[in-house]
Design a protein around this ligand. Structure first.
Ligand code: GLU
Length: 477
């Protein structure tokens, strides 16, 4: 979506970068080096489908190779363009730096409506696209590691991994060429929900800081907060589900392709998603809410928290003035344009920026990549040892209590939790939680300590650019 008079997505990202770069002491040369996209490869390939040759256009853009491999998803959508993948690749550079995943930034895309093709056709198309990228090292465990994005998921990643393995039969690290694979094909527990889980952890961290909440005019915790979510895809669905089921948020509206579904008492997210699955992705007709045909109008409804989790540019010059949410959490990449960002800042709206809010995906991708390179599941060596030590302590406490006639009894549910060693999923969650907390604290430190830093987005860019600059400097650039 592009409103006339607004910069393109890539220009918007550059303008946001410039706001932060101005506040940093970078040489103009280094600033320019960090801002620009290193390369974008465009490929047009034909696949014989339904009796004729269909030509597809795909991209893989590498924004910064200050660290390798470079990382970022592959998007399947008709809206994919060079401008879009370059903007998204740049965001990946800053995102990875902010959450300290040791990668440069990249992004890929294929102009396709995945719903138009059957599974076996999509497999053919994906394998062919992957082939084109693999032979140029644009998919490679040490150089460029894709992941899912809009329109792709575990299934596509498994095809890509298999395609790479077929073309590199002696590469012992072949599985690390792509992340977001299904667990049975070299993936990791918790990757599918990682971005949504990261949004939840980001919000929990924000709500731990009273002075940050005060800037948005919010008080209390997440419990009872009225939330509007745009997009019930992988990210929006998991974020909405966890926030409502675990943190007591009320999801009062979900905006989807065919309109919005509204329920002031809070929507049952799992049920809504089941409904959508059974109705070709439509929300209309869902019995536990009211359907509003003009879905986008709900972006402007009164609520405590607005979570755009769909496309870029949905909050723009045409609606920013009317947005009423005091807190926006950017679960999507680039949902707020540069111009809208300025308007929202003036209105006092706090924005938890994309490069932080949705970094849970790449964080768990990092864990998956490390798992693939180490060829062992997390927790396999430690889990039972951890349980044995805990058991020793519990047994000793019980022995002491019996010996001294103290009559202590440990609660059964405490014992059960204490005696359970961490499996892979528990470790992934712990690593993700730690990452989200640490990154938030780095951002807020800049936000609060510098008079010239107005908002969290500039703070995030400052942290990220500073880290990228340090890496370049230490390489002698
Ligand atoms: N596509 C996701 C993103 O925008 C994940 C990238 C990754 O895991 O490499 O952050």
């Amino acid at each position: 979506m592009r409103v006339s008079g607004e910069p393109s997505f890539r220009e918007s990202v550059d303008l946001m970068f410039n706001r932060a770069a101005r506040l940093l002491d970078l040489s103009p040369g280094l600033e320019q080096k960090i801002r620009v996209c290193n390369s974008t490869y465009t490929v047009r390939f034909g696949v014989r489908l339904r009796g004729k040759i269909e030509t597809f256009t795909g991209y893989r853009s590498v924004h910064s190779e200050h660290m390798e491999p470079v990382k970022g998803g592959i998007r399947y959508a008709l809206s994919v363009s060079q401008d879009e993948v370059e903007a998204l690749a740049a965001l990946m550079t800053y995102k990875c730096a902010l959450v300290e995943t040791p990668f440069g930034g990249s992004k890929g895309g294929l102009c396709i409506d995945p719903r138009q093709w059957d599974e076996h056709e999509l497999e053919q198309i994906t394998r062919r696209f992957a082939y084109e990228l693999i032979k140029r090292d644009l998919i490679h465990p040490a150089q460029n590691v894709p992941a899912p994005d809009m329109g792709t998921g575990e299934r596509e990643m498994a095809w890509i991994a298999d395609q790479y393995a077929r073309m590199n039969t002696t590469d012992i690290n072949a599985k690390a060429c792509v992340t977001g694979k299904p667990p049975h094909a070299g993936g990791i527990q918790g990757r599918v929900e990682a971005t949504g889980r990261g949004v939840q952890y980001a919000m929990r961290e924000f709500f731990r800081h009273m002075d940050d909440m005060a800037r948005a005019g919010l008080t209390g915790g997440l419990e009872g907060k009225r939330v509007i979510v745009q997009g019930l895809g992988n990210v929006g669905y998991h974020a909405a589900k966890f926030l409502s089921e675990e943190d007591g948020c009320k999801i009062i509206a979900v905006i989807e392709r065919d309109g919005a579904i509204v329920n002031e008492a809070g929507l049952p997210i799992e049920e809504l998603r089941q409904w959508m699955n059974a109705n070709g992705g439509a929300v209309a007709g869902f019995p536990r809410g009211t359907h509003v045909a003009d879905g986008a109008s709900l972006l402007e409804a009164a609520c405590d928290i607005l979570i755009p989790a769909a496309m870029e540019g949905v909050i723009n010059l045409s609606n920013a003035e009317r947005i009423r949410a005091p807190l926006i959490v950017e679960a999507a990449n680039g949902p707020v344009t540069f111009g809208a960002d300025e308007i929202l800042r003036r209105k006092g709206c706090v924005i938890i920026p994309d490069m932080y809010a949705n970094a849970g995906g790449v964080t768990v991708s990092y864990f998956e990549w490390v798992k693939n390179l180490s060829h062992i599941r997390f927790g396999r060596m430690q889990r039972r040892a951890e349980e044995a030590r805990s058991r020793l302590l519990v047994e000793e406490l019980e022995r002491l209590s019996a010996d001294k006639g103290l009559g202590w009894t440990l609660a059964e549910d405490f014992k059960e939790r204490f005696l359970t060693g961490s499996d892979e999923l528990a470790l992934v969650r712990s690593g993700l939680d730690d990452t989200m907390r640490t990154a938030y604290q780095a951002m807020r430190e800049v936000w609060h300590s510098r008079q010239d830093v107005e908002d969290l987005r500039v703070a995030a860019y400052i942290v990220a650019i500073d880290r990228v600059a340090k890496t370049y400097r230490s390489k002698g650039l």
